[in-house]
Write a protein that binds this ligand. Structure first.
Ligand code: MN
Length: 496
């Protein structure tokens, strides 16, 4: 979907003029070697670009300023190989707009016990040079990620990549356009929010288009394109005979294909990264987009139902962050509970629109009535979703701030056929347990809509929230409800 290797993080090594030419030459050689090693590491999904070492206020300012304006630079990694007096960094850090990772490493992994002398000590000063830099960033109240360890340590590479992916999701949001067909579902609170504040804070815009604008594009779709897509449906999915060409109910599938092509064209023409619609506003559409939304999501477009632009945007960010990893990122809704005390779990689904990238095994294309919306029976893909570690994330407008809420879950394989439930579905157990997980979610004001991820960790989401400068709340294995409620109350004070 997105080639993360096209994106760059700049590797910037701080030092100073004091050391003389020989030492600075050595610093530059070492820094380039570290940058190259990170760039070549298969764990790191973006390009790591070495930048000439910076020795004074002007060089620092100019390098950080050009990072700001470089189109492909999604963030900077800083390292103080030697001592770089941090007042020199104030001017540069003051203007820095890109995410910052501070790599606290050292060129030599081990102390050379037999040969160590004062020259070695003067060259390998990260232990105190990085503390000087760290103080300045903290003193300036700037958010950043600190990663500690030797640069050849695979855990370090993984942590750097996690942050790079978060920075890539953030980069993708800058200037992103999302469409909202119609308004919010009537009277619904959590899906609504402040779009002006969101654009100021997050960099993406959400604008509305009348459903008639989309219907016009759908009605102009080319007949050959519809026939080709219908062929693709038949080759890709299990599909009943009466839904195939010539079958009694083929018209429903035909209409769904037409909707998919129209929607896709609308998104492509407008350079949109995703959309939201609502079943209350579908004038001129024959059926609600089911399979269309499912397949567009699998191709990287984001979607959330009922006008929920916040969840749609979050789904898009998750898709970018998880690009190239096994597993999917999808729009999800907590739907129904299984309260068996021995085996409590949540059944997640939506009316129709569950992302086809989550499907385990071949999906089945089916047409069934929808008890809501008053339209003709929509076509949708029905499938189960694999078990394993996953998470649900919700972006909430708290009025004075945005909150990113994450609950780690354990997805479980469906043990039963659900012959009368013709929608895609997922089963999961919230951590730390059903009662605590659900109570904490509700105390934190989490939505029923979420971005469901099979391949991101809480560290990706925490890094993302940190880059966005918003509140991050986690519900996981360690969550205790009293402590959690305290955290929410303390945060109220912090954000006042
Ligand atoms: Mn919904």
């Amino acid at each position: 979907m997105i080639d993360l290797k096209k994106l760059e993080v700049w590797f910037i090594t701080g030092t100073q003029d004091l050391y003389g030419e020989e030492t600075l030459k050595q610093v530059a050689i070492h820094a380039e070697k570290v940058a190259k090693s990170l760039n070549d590491n298969s764990k790191i999904s973006v390009s790591v670009v070495f930048k000439p070492i910076v020795k004074n206020t002007d060089e620092i300012f100019e390098t950080l300023q050009s990072a700001n304006t470089s189109e492909n630079c999604i963030g900077i990694v800083t390292w103080m190989h030697t001592f770089s007096p941090a007042k020199m960094w104030i001017r540069g850090l003051n203007v820095l707009q890109k995410p910052l990772l501070h790599l606290h490493t050292q060129f030599n992994r081990d102390i050379p016990w037999d040969s160590i002398d004062m020259d070695f000590m003067n060259l390998n000063q990260s232990a105190h040079g990085d503390r000087e830099f760290g103080f300045m960033v903290t003193r300036m109240r700037k958010d950043r990620k600190v990663v500690v360890g030797h640069w050849e340590d695979e855990e370090v590479a993984t942590q750097i990549d996690t942050w790079c992916r978060a920075a890539a999701g953030w980069h993708d949001w800058q200037g992103a356009k999302f469409v909202r067909f119609g308004d919010n579902m009537r009277y619904v609170a959590v899906t609504d929010g402040d779009k002006v504040e969101a654009e100021m804070k997050f960099g993406f815009s959400v604008n509305t288009y009348g459903i008639g604008d989309l219907v016009a594009v759908i009605n102009a779709v080319d007949e050959n394109a519809i026939q080709n897509l219908l062929k693709e449906y038949e080759e890709t999915y299990q599909i009943a005979d009466d839904l195939k060409a010539g079958g009694a109910r083929h018209a429903s599938v035909y209409e769904a294909a037409k909707i998919e092509l129209g929607l896709r064209k609308f998104l492509e023409d407008g350079n949109f990264k995703g959309f939201s619609d609502t079943f209350e506003d579908l004038h001129g559409m024959i059926q609600l987009p089911g399979i269309a939304a499912q397949r567009l999501m699998a191709d990287g477009y984001c979607f959330a139902g009922e006008g929920d632009w916040k969840t749609a945007a979050l789904v898009r960010a998750c898709k970018v962050m998880g690009s190239g990893l096994a597993g999917g990122n999808a729009f999800m809704e907590d739907y129904t509970y299984h309260f068996d005390p021995a085996n409590a779990m949540v059944l997640g689904s939506h009316m129709l629109e569950v992302d086809a990238s989550l499907a385990s095994g071949k999906a089945s294309l089916e047409v069934h009535p929808l008890g809501i919306g008053g339209k003709e029976d929509p076509a949708r893909l029905v499938f189960n979703v694999a078990g394993g570690d996953a998470l649900n994330a919700s972006l909430i407008d708290m009025g004075n701030r945005f909150r990113l809420l994450v609950n780690e879950v354990k997805a479980v394989e469906a043990e039963h056929d659900l012959p009368h439930l013709p929608v895609a579905r997922v089963l999961w157990k919230p951590l730390p347990d059903m009662k605590t997980g659900c109570a904490a979610w509700i105390y934190a004001g989490g939505a029923h809509h979420t971005a469901y991820s099979q391949n991101l960790t809480t560290e990706h989401l925490a890094d993302f929230a940190n880059i966005a400068g918003i509140e991050y709340i986690n519900i996981g294995a360690e969550t205790k409800i009293n402590q959690f409620r305290n955290e929410l109350q303390w945060n109220e004070m912090f954000y006042k």
